[in-house]
Every structure is written in structure tokens, then in C-alpha cells.
Design a protein around this ligand. Structure first.
Ligand code: KDG
Length: 355
């Protein structure tokens, strides 16, 4: 080792040692040094960091909801928990971030239910086309029904914790080939879907040519014509500027897509019961804001999309009925895989919430 380098190394070590002593001792209660375990500060004394990543950008209601979550958690944990927020897939896409949560190398993400179906198949139930009749019914089912909670309860077995549901919203088709108004218009369209077998099968049944792809690759794929179209809620279509690379939007509302607010089981298990209660409460409270912003955005941004030159096609009740008739047999094929019991319970919760 040359002398200059070893000098720098020694100086750095000294700085680290001084910083380490000062930082830890100040944070410890006066008698913590006497318990024979001086190196470890009590859990409450250490600041723990939640690295929270999402795929959508910083203008999206999902990110604004995440900022609200951060505000509540940081203020009410008295500095014990810090939330670092990452948007636009900076930490990965829905699937890779969930895998990072499982490994404990990331603490939080908020994926759509579609990719969660690859971890706990029951979650695919929410991606059954034409299942949810309205946002109001979705709220009751997702926030109040036993089955929605029972599904969250299946996540810890996968090293994941589901705090609550937020809203991605009703998904609509966009494409560059033609205005899609009827089932036959889907024929031959190359459509990007989320990574979910039911989504793929439904678009195949309609005669389209679907291909699963991570959200972060989508804009370029549309721009380069690798795919003709995609499907997402209006807020996403507007805020991700898909109108720059897509001509037509059809108000298909074919799936109501929920988000699940997820933590790594490791972070959860390392939290005190008070912190766990806070994390859950913050996720619920921030979710109320996220839903409200999302619904306002959906209304406003449809007007903006028209102004940007997109053609907007409504789906008539007859065309919708035809789409449903083509897709229902596919859903029946998937029921076993999702879990018949889960499908029945979710359908029953929807019926109850609709009354
Ligand atoms: O942050 C959420 C996104 O990563 C993703 O779920 C968005 O709906 C989405 C899609 O189409 O991938």
C-alpha cells in the first residue's frame, strides 16, 4: 500500500470512528451503555429508512399519495422512520420491486394487483374484466369487505405485507391503428399488457396480439411501434404523455385496477406495534387523498387528451355486451387457478356493495 493512500485510509477510519461514537451515544438513553450490549442501539433510537418506489411519475396521484404517507409517517414517528420516495421506475418495475421487498433490499412499493397475481394467484380476481361496476362499489369492496382483507393476509407467506388498497382505476385502451368501438376492432392489434395471464388471455380472445411488458419500457415501445397500443387509466395516459405517441383512446373501462400498498415483511417485523399501527393508518389516510386526486384527474384529463388531438370513442352498451360475452368463458377457465372460493366471495361482496 503506498504511503499517501494509507494516510488517507487512516484519517478516514478515524473520522468514521469519531462520527460513529458521537452519533450512537447521543441517540441512546443514559443507561443503555450498561446493558452489556453497547454496540446495539434500541430499535426506537435508530432512524430506519423506507425506500418507497413506484412506476408512475411524480405528477401522478399515486406519487402525491405517497408524499402524504411520507409526511404522516415522518411526523408521527418522531423521526424514527424516514421515507425516501422514488417515482418513474427509478427502483424497478412492479415485479422487480416486489422481489426486492421479498429479499428485504427495498421496503415499500405500490403495485397494481395484476402483477401481484404472479405471487399470490388469488389477487388476479380483481383483474377479471368487467367485474367492478363503479368506483363507489370498488371502495366498499376493497376497504370494507372481509375477502379483500383475507387476500392481504395471504401476502406475509410471500414475505410481503399489504397495508391497504389504493386506486389505479378503470383501464382504457389506446392505440395508433384505428378508433376501437366494437369487438371486431381489436383484431390484429399489438397491445402491451401488464404481466398477468388473465389480461393476456382476454386480449387474445378478442383477436388482439397482446404482449406483456414492464411499464418503464412502454413509452418507447409505443413510440417505436413495437406495440400498437396499451391500456391504462386516463390519468396515466395523460400524465405519462402517451398522447404524444397514440392517436386513439376508447373508453373501454374493461378492468378496475386496484393498487396494493406493500411493505417488506422484514421492515414490518422490525417495527414496534405502535409503528405498525402508524404505517397502516398513514396508508389508509393517504389513500383517501390518492383516490380523490385520481378521480378529479380522470375527469379533467379526458378533456386534455381531446385537446391534444386524440380521438375519443365511447363503447355502446351493445358493444360492451359483446365484449363481455367473448371474455366470460376465458374468466371461467381462470377461476380454478385464481381460487373458486375467492372469486365467489369477491362477487358476493360486489353484489352486497351494489345494493
Ligand atoms: O406505480 C404503479 C405502476 O408501476 C403500474 O402498476 C402502472 O398500471 C400500471 C401498468 O400498466 O403497468
Amino acid at each position: 500500500m503506498n504511503r499517501r493512500f494509507s494516510g488517507i485510509l487512516a484519517a478516514s477510519l478515524m473520522i468514521l470512528t469519531i462520527a460513529g461514537c458521537g452519533g450512537n451515544n447521543q441517540a441512546q438513553p443514559p443507561d443503555a451503555a450498561n446493558d452489556g450490549n453497547q454496540a446495539e442501539a434500541p430499535v426506537e433510537a435508530k432512524q430506519r429508512i423506507i425506500r418507497a418506489g413506484i412506476g408512475l411519475n411524480d405528477q401522478h396521484p399515486q406519487y402525491k399519495g405517497l408524499l402524504r404517507f411520507k409526511e404522516i409517517v415522518e411526523a408521527e414517528s418522531n423521526g424514527a422512520i424516514k421515507v425516501e420516495t422514488y417515482h418513474s421506475g427509478q427502483l424497478g418495475d412492479d415485479r422487480t420491486m416486489m422481489e426486492a421487498l421479498q429479499l428485504g433490499t427495498q421496503e415499500m412499493t405500490i403495485p397494481s394487483t395484476a402483477p401481484i397475481g404472479n405471487f399470490v394467484t388469488d389477487f388476479t380476481v380483481f383483474d377479471i374484466p368487467f367485474l367492478m361496476p363503479s368506483e363507489e362499489v370498488a371502495d366498499k369492496v376493497l376497504l370494507e369487505s372481509e375477502i379483500a382483507q383475507q387476500l392481504l393476509d395471504k401476502l406475509p407467506a410471500q414475505n410481503l405485507i399489504g397495508l391497504t388498497y389504493w386506486e389505479n382505476g378503470f383501464r382504457n385502451l389506446t392505440n395508433n391503428v384505428r378508433a376501437v368501438g366494437t369487438a371486431s376492432d381489436f383484431k390484429g392489434l399489438k397491445i402491451r399488457t401488464m404481466e398477468n395471464q388473465l389480461h393476456l388471455a382476454a386480449f387474445k380472445a378478442l383477436g388482439a396480439n397482446p404482449t406483456p411488458m414492464a411499464f418503464s419500457e412502454l413509452f418507447t415501445a409505443l413510440q417505436q411501434g413495437t406495440v400498437d397500443g396499451q391500456e391504462n387509466p386516463i390519468a396515466t395516459i395523460y400524465l405519462q404523455k402517451f398522447y404524444e405517441v397514440q392517436k386513439h383512446i376508447s373508453l373501454t373501462k374493461h378492468v378496475y385496477s386496484p393498487f396494493v400498498v406493500m411493505l417488506s415483511k422484514k421492515f414490518w417485523d422490525d417495527s414496534t406495534p405502535e409503528q405498525q399501527e402508524l404505517l397502516k393508518r398513514a396508508a389508509l389516510e393517504a389513500g383517501t387523498l390518492e383516490r380523490q386526486l385520481n378521480r378529479e384527474a380522470n375527469e379533467q384529463y379526458l378533456t386534455e387528451l381531446k385537446a391534444e388531438g386524440m380521438t375519443v370513442t365511447e363503447i355502446s352498451p351493445e358493444a360492451r355486451a359483446e365484449l363481455e360475452s367473448i371474455i366470460v368463458p376465458i374468466v371461467d377457465q381462470f377461476a380454478d387457478n385464481i381460487g373458486k372460493d375467492t372469486v365467489e366471495k369477491v362477487r358476493a361482496a360486489i353484489t352486497e356493495a351494489s345494493q
